[in-house]
Design a protein. Structure first.
Length: 493
């Protein structure tokens, strides 16, 4: 640690953001870097705390505490403080294949675990991480690393989300020949067509893909495994297969009238907008457009928030977001709103934007959707709701009770359904004959191997909808397991 008094002398500063009214005029990234000098002082705030929980990467009741990929944060904080940026980049790349993704969209469990956070704002770890890698690309320090030798072993990776990409990178560096199959027209999974461009510029993903290609990884696009190429063909052609297909089966809204025109799954909306943006800057007219429309988003998580931010950029007339289904005991109320700490999470941006443009917070809590009413042509026009009260039952659990007299009719043209994901799409795992557990591909955390030898799984497909950083961790660990599996095969020949 270079400056023992840094945490006393300097205040926290994080990545700069364009003001809300300016940034909703476009779909480009709105966060920009601090100056090198400011970043050095931010690095100096890391106080050599002795037990740096920031890089522990443990899971407590499903919530990450510390960095899931064990980034050695205090070390690169110190290197940044000393102005040794290239060394900081090398240290960062040791544990993180894609810091340019996590530096932009990770909810930064490292910052929630920062010891300085006990009585001061946490070290701005995420901003420092992003700056190290962005500077690395600008300076030309991130170069293709082509493996010197090849093992002769072939691995097929199905799915090019962060889990598949991390595994591909690791396995390629071990000298195996890797082919990534992707059903979409570009790589990145939810990084590409789920997370909106303003949070993660798509060129940032494409830049990394070009690098991986130069390093020898093959990408096969527009190819749905199980349809365009069979599971049997893949198994015959490759020594190991990794299912990194995500958990993208969305939960549907099932209330009276939900079949009306204008009720759309959130991911279909987000995907149509991003596809149209990256292919033609919207000139193809393929993006679903809510300009001048009344929009309601059902679902209080980050997918819902991304719909809010997209709708406000399209100049919608109104936008409202309902919190979790109030009949669930863990439904969000004003006291348990999400995100808990807006300085860290990545989707409070949407609420600031609506507030700036329309002068209100779009979020509504403890509200029950009753029915949707359409006009004679089948286009939706009203959403009927009733507010709920949260009460504590005799059994100690919370329940929700309808509040008589709070019925409300909302004028609506579009309802975006963002009420979560049900797990993996079952057809592919079934074709490989692997077992599922709770709508996820069954595999142990130890070796990521499914119930079929030689077939592995990682990322959301194994753990359910999660975070980019967990997908990277799983991809890295699954790659290590596949490497061991392939090495055993060589030994037993
Ligand atoms: P995915 O990213 O889902 O990738 C799976 C890939 O497999 C896809 O490209 C898919 O097309 C492909 N595939 C599936 N089946 C086949 C097949 N049969 N053949 C060929 N290809 C196939 N996390 C964060 O950390 N921060 C955020 O801000 C954030 N925002 C999010 C916003 C939204 C709207 C959503 C939906 C998720 C968000 N997440 C965020 C979660 C994060 O994106 C996921 O946890 C992560 O992408 C999972 O990675 P993965 O590689 O397991 O799967």
């Amino acid at each position: 640690m270079g400056k023992p008094t840094g945490f006393i002398e300097y205040k926290r500063q994080k990545t700069k953001e364009q003001p809300p009214l300016a940034r909703i005029e476009h779909f480009g990234e709105y966060a920009t870097r601090l100056s090198d000098k400011d970043l050095q002082t931010q690095g100096a705030r890391c106080m050599d705390c002795g037990t740096p929980f920031c890089h522990m990467g443990i899971e407590i009741r499903g919530t990450a505490a510390g960095c899931p990929i064990n980034n050695v944060i205090p070390e690169w904080n110190d290197l940044v403080y000393r102005g040794q940026w290239k060394e900081a980049l090398d240290r960062l790349h040791l544990t993180n294949n894609f810091p340019e993704f996590t530096g932009r969209v990770c909810p930064a469990p490292c910052e929630s675990s920062c010891v300085l956070g006990i009585n001061e704002p946490a070290v701005a770890i995420k901003s420092i991480e992003r700056s190290i890698i962005d500077k690395g690309f600008e300076e030309g320090w991130v170069m293709p690393r082509v493996p010197r030798t090849r093992t002769g072993k072939k691995v097929a990776i199905i799915g090019s989300g962060p889990a598949g990409l991390a595994a591909a990178d690791e396995l390629n560096q071990q000298g195996h020949s890797v082919t990534v199959y992707e059903r979409d027209d570009r790589a990145g999974g939810l990084l590409m067509y789920g997370i909106p461009n303003m949070k993660l510029e798509k060129e940032v993903i494409e830049r990394r893909i070009r690098l991986l290609q130069q390093e020898g990884i093959d990408f096969v696009y527009n190819t749905t495994v199980g349809v365009d190429i069979t599971a049997e063909e893949l198994r015959a052609q490759y020594d190991a297969v990794l299912l990194a297909t995500g958990a993208q089966k969305q939960r549907e809204l099932r209330i009276e009238g939900s079949e009306g025109n204008g009720v759309v799954l959130a991911m279909d909306y987000l995907t149509s907008v991003t596809k149209s943006y990256v292919r033609s800057n919207f000139e193809d007219g393929q993006a679903m457009n809510v300009e001048g429309k009344n929009v309601i988003i059902i679902g209080g998580g980050d997918t819902g928030a991304d719909c809010v931010a997209t709708a406000i950029r399209q100049n919608c007339k109104s936008v409202v977001q309902f919190g979790k289904h109030p009949k669930l005991p863990n439904a969000r109320t004003e006291e348990t709103m999400w995100p808990k700490d807006p300085s860290i999470f990545t989707f409070d941006y949407a609420y600031e934007e609506v507030d700036a443009k329309l002068g209100r917070d779009p979020r509504e809590y403890c509200i029950q959707t009753e029915k949707i009413v359409s006009d004679t042509e089948g286009n939706i026009k009203e959403l009927h709701t009733i507010y709920m009260e949260k009460i504590l039952g005799e059994d100690g659990f919370h329940y929700f009770k309808e509040l008589p007299g709070t019925e409300k009719v909302w004028p609506v043209d579009y309802v975006f359904v963002a009420i979560g994901f049900e797990g993996v799409e079952r057809s592919l795992p079934e074709r490989f004959g692997v077992e599922l557990i709770n709508n996820r591909v069954a595999a142990t955390i130890k070796d990521y191997q499914t119930t079929v030898p030689g077939v592995f799984t990682a990322g959301d497909a194994r753990r359910g909808q999660s975070l980019v950083v967990w997908a990277i961790r799983e991809g890295r660990e699954a790659a290590a397991a596949i490497h061991t599996f392939l090495a055993k095969e060589v030994v037993s020949l």
